[in-house]
Design a protein around this ligand. Structure first.
Ligand SMILES: NC(=O)c1ccc[n+]([C@@H]2O[C@H](COP(=O)([O-])OP(=O)(O)OC[C@H]3O[C@@H](n4cnc5c(N)ncnc54)[C@H](OP(=O)(O)O)[C@@H]3O)[C@@H](O)[C@H]2O)c1
Length: 213
């Protein structure tokens, strides 16, 4: 798959390297793409660096959103084309102390953070994943055969569900489906499964206790 990484920091940089290792074509993007040389080198032949706009114009199959939450509005306006059937995997989290008032508004709203992203990228298919994992676990615990970590995810429809599940499993985590985007409140900061490092069985048990699956 061709995967555009929007925001190549802790989350985007490490996940992009894992996907490149798994054989995917990875387009790292940044507001300063020239500064991504060492990341691209580490990721190998399957990766390159582009501006954020170029990444959206490169017609990737999937985009990972790994930027501060406050950047979503501006980033969603960068590309005027249709996202038809492209999947946006949203790994962002609203933190008022970092993202300001708009993050507090989303936390207080009667929709959750993934639904906010889906509203902003309305012609794409949105999924939520990798927002609940700790950055060092994402970096260090990929590609395990034993002692694998669960990555809970939600998706807007069957296509985004299948693709997101595949991309989680391609890098050696166990995908645990939570539901459609309206179920993702539990994945938001300070909520039930946020920051939980568990096996898939433990994650399912937790979801069961919450009454989700
Ligand atoms: N760190 C964690 O443990 C963790 C875990 C799960 C999810 N998350 C969430 O994932 C997202 C990324 O977190 P991170 O830890 O990877 O952050 P990070 O290391 O700071 O990386 C974010 C990247 O986004 C780009 N960026 C920053 N401000 C931007 C703006 N205003 N517009 C466009 N791009 C901007 C930056 O790249 P350039 O400056 O090169 O453009 C930066 O490299 C956040 O929403 C975070 O809450 C974090």
């Amino acid at each position: 798959m061709k995967i555009g990484i929007i925001g190549s920091g802790n989350i985007g940089g490490n996940l992009g390297k894992h996907w490149a290792k798994a054989g995917h074509e990875v387009l790292f993007s940044s507001r300063h793409p020239k500064e991504l040389g060492s990341l691209v080198k580490e990721a190998g032949d399957n990766a390159k660096a582009l501006s954020v706009k170029e990444a959206f114009e490169a017609n990737a199959d999937v985009y990972l959103l790994a930027i501060p939450f406050k950047a979503i509005d501006k980033i969603s306006e960068l590309y005027a084309g249709e996202y038809f059937k492209k999947v946006i995997i949203d790994a962002t989290n609203p933190y008022p102390e970092r993202d300001g008032e708009m993050a507090q508004e989303v936390r207080d709203a009667n929709y959750n953070a993934s639904e906010y992203t889906a509203m902003k990228f309305s012609t794409a298919l949105t999924a939520k994943a990798f927002n609940t994992i700790k950055a060092h676990h994402l970096r260090d615990r990929a590609f395990r055969n034993t002692d694998r970590l669960a990555v809970p995810f939600a998706a807007q429809d069957q296509r985004s569900q299948d693709i997101t599940k595949q991309l989680i499993e391609d890098v050696g985590f166990d995908a645990v489906y939570v539901g459609t985007l309206d179920a993702t409140k539990i994945m938001d900061p300070e909520q039930e499964i946020y920051g939980k490092s568990t096996s898939a069985a433990e994650m399912r048990e937790l979801l069961n206790e919450i009454g989700i699956v």
